[in-house]
Design a protein around this ligand. Sequence first.
Ligand SMILES: Nc1ncnc2c1ncn2[C@@H]1O[C@H](COP(=O)(O)OP(=O)(O)O)[C@@H](O)[C@H]1O
Ligand SMILES: [Mg+2]
Length: 418
Amino acid sequence: MAKNNIITGIDIGSSNIRTLVAHQIRGEENLRIVGVGVVTSAGIRRGIIVDIEEAIKAINESVELAERMAGSAVNRAFVSIGGNEISLENSKGVVAVGRADGEVEENDINRVIAEAQAIALPMNKDILHIIPKKYRLDDQDNIKNPLGMRGVRLEVEALVVESSASHMKNLTKAFYQAGIEIEDIALEPLASAKSVLTKKQKELGVVLINIGGGTTSLAVFEEGEILHTAILPIGAGHITNDVAIGLRTSIEVAEKVKLEYGSALCRDINRKEEIDLSQFDSQEYGYVSRHHVAEIIEARLREILEMAQSELQKIGKAGLLPAGGVLAGGGAKLPFVSELAKDVLGLPIQVGFPQGFSGVLDKVDDPAFATAAGLLLWSQDHQGGSSISGNDAIFAPIIRTTGSAVGKVRKWVGKFLP
Ligand SMILES: Nc1ncnc2c1ncn2[C@@H]1O[C@H](COP(=O)(O)OP(=O)(O)O)[C@@H](O)[C@H]1O
Ligand SMILES: [Mg+2]
């Protein structure tokens, strides 16, 4: 029997570092999750590594937990990147088709994407993703995949996602020192989208909103293409801070109050209902109104969702996405968050759970695992060959530009490490 392929995804969040180990088993449609590791983040603020040593320690702890459960060592992984310093640029490339008979080969596609990649980058930025949107071959426009077609002049329109160069460098360094080879780095919302959005939703038009601890990220799709992506510098951790200030309690107690009694909507909560603070900490005393807690949560969540709405307005899609919004991340677990999001965004809203897996599912059947699970699926589009579930075309051509995943790692390491 063929050896099982082991895939690892490591989600570097500002609240949690989540590691998932999965087996890709020949003949099985779903990836089988065999290892899960979750630890509280350290050395990471708003998706950015601020203390490499601390971050390495936390990454190692998370990986060790997953290794123990999986019973195998992790040497390489797909990794997510967050931070709010991303920027998007539309770019074009044009090349002459190489073969005399005009048949487009993979090499032509690689060349045209390399052309689109040749943009003037600011000093502090580096290209994270290049996402071909559509090709044009002579007069024929809107081609999704030109391979095997015939023509003379091949053009591509691509979306270039740029991230902070120092941030990418620190991430690469942390993994290098942790002894884990990076197979690919994926922008957090794009990884999340892989596990919680369906192909149909991406065709129709949908926004994914991942409410994490320090950031909220979003990705907008239409006609199967990525239209927009952004990382906003506010997350569910800010809700906790607000609750702590509002109730004059410690952050720890505020977090517990939020998790136990929090709600994204205050209107249905009886004003007389009270929460006894001493149940959380013997140092605390007194009662607080549950309605007031919900008011604090609602105010901050509204702000987060309004920021997401203005991103949709920027691209002219506010209220115009037929498949609506899908919420993920730990913040998506607040009761009534869908109702609030529906109200603010004017769209149908669902909470997204990772799809396309078997194995230890109970742990992973959680919107907070969207990114880690998405990284496992990301691998499928980057290993070529017979893919399993939901292999969408969006990222496929990028593999061709970067060669094998290992080649890409070398490129990264070579670029960033002394
Ligand atoms: N059941 C829950 N109800 C409300 N909020 C939750 C729940 N579980 C987690 N959270 C919040 O989600 C945030 C962490 O989300 P997560 O997606 O793990 O963040 P990150 O990816 O940034 O590390 C925290 O602010 C936490 O309080
Ligand atoms: Mg996250």
